[in-house]
Design a protein around this ligand. Structure first.
Ligand SMILES: NC(=O)c1ccc[n+]([C@@H]2O[C@H](COP(=O)([O-])OP(=O)(O)OC[C@H]3O[C@@H](n4cnc5c(N)ncnc54)[C@H](O)[C@@H]3O)[C@@H](O)[C@H]2O)c1
Length: 448
């Protein structure tokens, strides 16, 4: 099969490289010339484990190529994937579909022969209808089928997720399109990944419903963590206690500083808007978004509380800035709200992230002093905050940290250390939803 991938970002590049690895011929197209030139040189524009090797192999073997112009790849393609960004529209939170519709216009001009146009971007219900309308308006003669094929990969585990998906969702009623999509995903199908054929609108909604549900799960356990702190219970034990129930499941029950990332915040928001427009409001999702927004900023108050309530001229060291480990993606990372709130309270902020420093600088600018490693970051700090649970932060030399810091205060927003271990090292330690001296102190003060 010949594939044109329009948009070579986190989703387009990973999907393109994986399809090429299955044996298809893929051209990844992007308007960003710097990105395409870097890829042709073998430089990765994003950090994603295993991606450089996969791209290099398939590029060398001639199955994967890169282009800035879509004319030729589109003309030759059996399937064209639209994998461009769908950010939140400024002002109202609807998905901004400008990039998708622009791509549809550009593709339409070049179509030749029967072609399947696949929306892989996360798009609101009805977007496929509009993509089809645009193409048919531009090229009434075109022989096309427009399919929805949402992507569920997670950054940091993207290749594994693409190659071993829990399911593949294909939204189309067109038998010829079904045949091409089945052929494209055949290697996965042979590995028994379930393929779900649905209507196009249903497929579009499945993606949003999945993300909104996961965001709800995270927010639910975050609120339970808050309650745990008030009543002296342990959220990790609660999560295990409920998660072992198969109807609930253990995943996405890790309490933390609130969800962020390139998908959950914007997708939850866009789903809320779609539902409101159709007079079927999703009150639960609305509450999830509101709770999460407040929570991210509230983490700064947790830091302040551990330092006696005042952060003026205190130095706070942050370990981890990206929204999760294994990626350099800073979109909507909880660290952004945390840094802003800490700065508002008068604190000086230092930070280190293993992969996200370049992206972080673009978002946080001079609000943060960027350091070379975790120990350099901790030097002279009044408190150390673990914001992202990178593997390399899981076994820090606690004795060394303590001698480097101005005060031995550690706030663990990912619960990667144990309160008793930290107490043994002489740290004032606070975490999320777990008993410990800091939470006990706060609780007794509040109860008094
Ligand atoms: N990032 C994820 O983990 C993830 C997971 C599942 C689904 N999604 C969805 O996939 C879509 C893409 O997300 P992403 O994170 O890969 O975005 P991204 O911003 O990393 O990449 C989008 C790319 O599209 C390019 N582009 C825009 N318009 C173009 C055009 N007309 N022609 C060629 N290139 C064009 C941009 O230059 C950019 O490189 C979004 O809808 C997102 O919601 C993302």
């Amino acid at each position: 099969m010949r594939v044109a991938m329009i948009g070579t970002g986190y989703v387009g590049l990973v999907s393109g490289a994986c399809f090429a690895d299955f044996g298809h011929h893929v051209t990844c197209v992007d308007k960003d010339k710097t990105k395409i030139e870097a890829l042709k040189r073998g430089d990765m524009p994003i950090f994603e484990p295993g991606l450089a090797e996969l791209v290099e192999l398939n590029f060398r073997e001639g199955r994967l190529s890169f282009a800035t112009e879509l004319a030729e790849p589109v003309r030759n393609a059996d399937a064209i994937f639209i994998a461009v960004g769908t950010p939140s529209r400024r002002g109202d939170g609807h998905a901004d579909l400008t990039y998708v519709y622009t791509a549809a216009h550009e593709v339409a001009d070049q179509l030749d022969g029967f072609t399947v146009i696949v929306t892989k971007s996360t798009v609101p219900v009805g977007t496929g209808d509009e993509v089809e309308r645009i193409i048919r308006a531009t090229r009434p003669d075109a022989d096309i089928a427009v399919v929805s094929n949402p992507e569920f990969l997670r950054e940091g585990a993207a290749i594994r997720d693409f190659k071993h998906p829990d399911r593949i969702v294909i939204g189309t009623e067109d038998p010829r399109a079904k045949e091409i999509m089945t052929a494209l995903y055949r290697p996965l199908y042979l590995n028994a990944a379930p393929i779900l054929y649905t209507g196009r609108r249903t497929a579009e909604l499945i993606k949003y419903a999945a993300n909104a549900f996961l965001a709800t799960k995270v927010t639910f356990i975050n609120e339970i963590a808050e309650l745990c702190e008030k009543i002296g219970a342990d959220v990790q034990e609660v999560a295990r206690g409920i998660g072992l129930d198969n109807r609930i499941g253990t995943k996405f029950l890790h309490a933390g500083p609130g969800f962020g990332g390139s998908c959950f915040p914007k997708d939850a928001q866009a789903l809320i808007k779609t539902a409101q427009d159709h007079a079927a409001p999703l009150r639960i999702v609305e509450a999830v978004v509101a709770v999460n927004d407040v929570r991210k900023r509230a983490m700064a108050r947790k830091v302040a509380a551990a330092l006696g309530g005042n952060l003026r001229d205190r130095t706070i060291a942050l370990l981890g800035l990206t929204f999760k480990p294994g990626t350099d993606d800073m979109r909507e990372a909880p660290s952004i709200a945390l840094v802003t709130a800490l700065r508002d309270m008068g604190a000086k902020v230092r930070a280190y992230d293993p992969a996200g420093m370049e992206q972080a600088k673009m978002v946080l600018g001079n609000d943060v002093v960027y350091c070379d490693g975790p120990y350099a970051c901790a030097e002279g700090a009044d408190a150390l905050v673990i914001v992202t649970e990178w593997e390399q932060f899981r076994a820090l030399d606690l004795g060394r940290l303590k001698t480097l810091m101005a005060r031995p205060v550690l706030i663990d927003l990912r619960n990667i250390y144990r309160p008793d271990e930290m107490a043994a090292y002489g740290f004032i330690y606070d975490s999320i939803g777990r008993p410990g001296p800091e939470n006990d102190r706060r609780r007794t003060t509040e109860e008094a």
